[in-house]
Write a protein that binds this ligand. Structure first.
Ligand code: GUN
Ligand code: FE
Length: 422
């Protein structure tokens, strides 16, 4: 891959509390990775081609650590219920449509097109139980150049017959063949094991998935402690588990790089075990508001060294924008602090930016920053349309862009050094 230089107003995290904004600066990209950042380009790089973005803001690409591709079609609808009723009323009927490849083709084209024109460069995605539609989604994401983990969803109990794997054996066969067909099939897209959540999967299915994860070195994604009714239900379904996380652990699914969405109501023990086992938390603030789930204590998770990323959780969340997810995370944390817990301070802008970039990017390796050695995932934002009469620093413009920018402000996008847009 070529070596080249990108110039503009660079904004990136060094750590969760350190946001660096370097105006009119240079980043050297070598073999898809950041090789150095400079205020003045060193002589040894003078011959390299320069992509000069002028006054525009250049930020690391963002990671959406939890999003449901098949739910994109009903985003912004059905926000009048809590989780379990919402799943039965809106979500399961919509997801059943992906049995038809023609519908999946139209719906997934729309999802991928929107994702491509967002600040997201990487994502951990739920599909549905249907293998052909899931493969189609993976192919479309790969063609777009986005770097993703995609899961064929497993669910074989407590869902309507029209959206349930007909037997555990069938679930196993389908998952096996899907893994075989997709493990090495794409450049940027990989499969991830995806038991929907404990209520949807029998013990037998969960254990088999855990064995598969260990044998094949596969990552796992699911949901955890999102809603109080859900937690009470898991207690009934798994009387041997004192806490929700144990229903994953006893099946071998609670391990390094497992992504657990939500964790709104995780108690101290559950939090400690997430840290101990290297589990990632996908914080989905808008979804947690829409489904009246609550607000997770994200600053506490970060202070205690847990791995946290940010997520849209479409269609619990209404929008694919990770910029919106950042501002929702800040706003939700303020209400949480004001209304019921003064021990956990509101999220700073620095931390929200970190969550959207480095925090979730860590799931993919050295991703989500411009520090040396990080994969060069970047988005270029032209905020000229967000006019203002006063002089603003790049840092101030970045904060405004998080609140005000949309896909019209995105002018270019890179994933691992490849330009995929602009
Ligand atoms: N728990 C199980 N399935 C889902 C889902 O589709 N969305 C959310 N937000 N939570 C879930
Ligand atoms: Fe979800």
């Amino acid at each position: 891959m070529k070596t080249f230089v990108v110039k503009g107003n660079l904004c990136f995290s060094r750590s969760m509390d350190e946001l660096v904004c370097m105006e009119h600066s240079y980043i050297v990209v070598e073999d898809g990775r950041a090789a150095g950042i400079f205020r003045t380009l060193p002589e040894r790089y003078a011959q390299l081609p320069v992509l000069d973005y002028g006054e525009q803001l250049i930020l690391p690409g963002m990671t959406d650590l939890h999003v449901h591709a098949p739910q994109f079609a009903f985003r912004g609808l059905g926000m009048d219920m809590e989780l379990l009723e919402w799943l039965n009323t809106y979500t399961f009927p919509e997801e059943s449509k992906y049995k038809e490849l023609e519908y999946a083709d139209r719906a997934y084209s729309s999802f991928v097109e929107h994702l491509l024109h967002s600040t997201t460069t990487r994502a951990a995605i739920f599909a549905t139980i249907h293998v052909p539609a899931t493969k189609l989604l993976m192919q479309k994401l790969d063609e777009a150049g986005l770097s993703c983990y995609v899961g064929k969803v497993n669910m074989n109990r407590n869902s309507p017959v029209y959206l349930r794997e007909i037997s555990t054996n069938q679930a196993l066969r389908d998952t096996e063949s899907w893994l075989c067909e997709t493990k090495e099939a794409y450049r940027n897209v990989k499969p991830i094991l995806t038991p929907r959540f404990t209520p949807s999967c029998t013990d037998e299915l969960m254990s088999w998935l855990g064995k598969l994860a260990a044998e094949r070195g596969l990552y796992v994604q699911s949901h955890l402690s999102e809603n109080k009714g859900e937690i009470a239900w898991v207690k009934e379904l798994c009387p041997d588990c004192a806490q929700y996380w144990e229903s994953y652990d006893r099946a071998g699914l609670w391990k390094d790089h497992t992504v657990m969405a939500h964790c709104v109501h995780s108690n101290e023990d559950e939090q400690a075990l997430m840290k101990k086992n290297g589990v990632f938390i996908a914080h989905s603030p808008e979804s947690n508001m829409n489904l009246a789930s609550g607000v997770a204590p994200i600053n506490k998770f970060l202070d205690n060294g847990l791995r946290v990323g940010l997520a849209t959780d479409v269609a619990g969340g209404s929008h694919e924008s990770m910029l919106r997810a950042m501002t929702h995370a800040i706003q939700a944390s303020k209400l949480r602090w004001r209304l019921y817990d003064q021990d956990v301070k509101p999220l700073s802008f620095e931390r929200a930016f970190y969550l959207a970039t480095m925090g979730g990017g860590a799931f993919f390796g050295n991703v989500g920053s411009f520090l040396e050695g990080y994969e060069f995932d970047a988005v270029v934002l032209d905020d000229a349309s967000l006019d203002h009469p006063q002089e603003l620093s790049a840092r101030a413009r970045l904060e405004r862009a998080a609140y005000l920018a949309d896909d019209r402000n995105l002018t270019a996008k890179f994933v691992a050094g490849q330009k995929i847009l602009g």
